[in-house]
Design a protein around this ligand. Structure first.
Ligand code: ATP
Length: 336
C-alpha cells in the first residue's frame, strides 16, 4: 500500500510517500522562514499556497518513477492530510490540496490529527506497544497516554507551547526564527542561571520563565548563562511530568515527538530519567520530529487500513483539533 501525506499546519509545507511494503518514507519539505519576527499566519499561508503544489508535485513525480500497483497509475491508495491543530489559513490550503488530489486520483481521503501523528511516528518507528508520548513542539507541549480507545492528555502547558516560548525569548534578543537551535548552541558555553520552575501536578507553565529570562538578559546576565538556565529549567519540568506520567500509567515506554525534540539536552535528560527507572526511551530521527508529512502518511496508512477515511463534505479542517477528540481505530481494542 502507498499513501501520500500532506502537512502544512504552520511552517513546513511538506508532502510524503509512504510504502507499507518497504516501510520507506520519502519526504519533500519547503520551510517558511520569516524575514523578521515569528511565524506570521498570513505570510505562512502565502508560503503554503506556493510551496504545497511544488512539494506535492515532487512526491507525485517520485511515485511515478517507483513501482506501485494501484488503479490510479501512480500506485497511490489514499491521500492523508493534517486536519489540525494549526493555523487556520495554512490548514485550509492543505485541506483544499488534499481534497483536490484525492478526487483527481479517485482515492479515499484520510484526515489526520497532527499531534497524534507526532506520537504515532514514534510508536511506529520504536515498535513500542503502548508508550506515553511527550509532544514537545512549537505550538504545543503535552503528555499523551492511551486508554480505552483514545489518547488522553495526561498533562499539558497552561499557556504557550514549549518551542513558541523559546522563540519568544529569542525574538526579545533580536535573533531570527527559529530560536530553539540558537539557544541550544549558546547554552553549551553557559553556566546555569536560576529561573522559576513551574509544575502544577501534571501541568506546567512557561510564561513566567520567559519573562524572567528576558529580564535577566536585560539586567546584564550573560546570554549564554540564561540560555543554559532556560534549557535546564524547561527540560527538567518536561522530564518531571514525563516521569510522573510513566509512574501514573504504569507504562515503561516513553516516546518523544515535536520539533523541540531535536534538542540533544532534552533527549539526554529524558533518556537518563528512563534509564534510572528501567523504562525504554525512543526519539525519532530529526526529520520525523519536526513538522513533516512522513508522519501524516504513516498514520494515514494505519487509518486507511482499517477504513478510517473521510468523505469530502465532512473533511473541514479544525485549527483547535485536540488529540483526545480522535477515536483511535487503528490499534485494535486489546491494547490499553
Ligand atoms: P506543532 O507540532 O505544535 O504544530 P510547530 O508547527 O511549531 O509545532 P515543530 O516543527 O514541531 O513545529 O517545532 C518547531 C519548534 O521547534 C520551534 O519553536 C523551534 O524553535 C523548535 N526547535 C527546533 N530545533 C530546536 C532545538 N534544537 N532545540 C530547541 N528547540 C528547537
Amino acid at each position: 500500500m502507498r499513501i501520500v501525506g500532506i502537512e502544512g499546519t504552520a511552517w513546513a509545507a511538506s508532502a510524503a510517500l509512504y510504502d507499507t511494503e518497504t516501510d520507506e518514507v520519502v519526504i519533500e519539505s519547503d520551510p517558511y522562514e520569516p524575514e523578521s519576527g515569528g511565524i506570521h499566519p498570513r505570510e505562512a499561508a502565502e508560503h503554503m499556497g506556493s510551496a504545497i503544489p511544488e512539494v506535492v508535485s515532487a512526491i507525485l513525480d517520485h511515485a511515478a518513477t517507483t513501482p506501485g500497483e494501484s488503479a490510479d497509475g501512480l500506485g497511490v491508495d489514499a491521500v492523508a492530510f493534517s486536519r489540525g491543530p494549526g493555523l487556520g489559513p495554512c490548514l485550509r490550503i492543505v485541506g483544499t490540496a488534499a481534497r483536490a488530489l484525492a478526487q483527481t486520483l479517485s482515492v479515499p481521503l484520510v484526515g489526520v490529527n497532527h499531534m497524534v501523528a507526532h506520537l504515532e511516528i514514534g510508536r511506529h518507528r520504536s515498535g513500542f506497544e503502548s508508550p506515553v508520548c511527550l509532544n514537545a513542539s512549537g505550538a504545543n507541549a503535552h503528555l499523551l497516554g492511551y486508554h480505552d480507545g483514545r489518547y488522553r492528555i495526561l498533562g499539558e502547558t497552561m499557556d504557550t507551547g514549549v518551542g513558541n516560548a523559546i522563540d519568544k525569548f529569542t525574538r526579545h534578543l533580536g535573533w531570527s526564527h527559529p530560536g530553539g537551535p540558537k539557544v541550544e548552541a549558546r547554552a553549551k558555553a553557559g553556566e546555569y542561571h536560576d529561573l522559576p520552575y513551574v509544575v502544577k501536578g501534571m501541568d506546567f507553565s512557561f510564561s513566567g520563565i520567559m519573562s524572567a529570562a528576558k529580564d535577566a538578559v536585560d539586567d546584564g546576565v550573560p546570554v549564554e548563562d540564561v540560555c543554559a538556565g532556560l534549557q535546564e529549567t524547561i527540560f527538567a519540568m518536561l522530564t518531571e511530568v514525563s516521569e510522573r506520567a510513566l509512574s501514573l500509567t504504569g507504562t515503561d515506554e516513553l516516546v518523544l515527538g515535536g520539533g523541540v525534540g531535536q534538542n540533544a539536552r532534552l533527549r539526554e535528560m529524558l533518556a537518563s530519567m528512563c534509564e534510572q527507572r528501567g523504562a525504554d526511551f525512543y526519539a525519532p530521527e530529526p526529520r520525523f520530529l519536526r513538522d513533516n508529512a512522513g508522519m501524516i502518511a504513516v498514520l494515514g496508512a494505519k487509518m486507511y487500513a482499517v477504513g478510517d477515511t473521510i468523505d469530502v463534505p465532512d473533511s473541514a479542517v479544525d485549527p483547535n483539533f485536540r488529540p483526545d477528540e480522535v477515536a483511535v481505530t487503528w490499534r485494535g481494542d486489546d491494547e490499553s
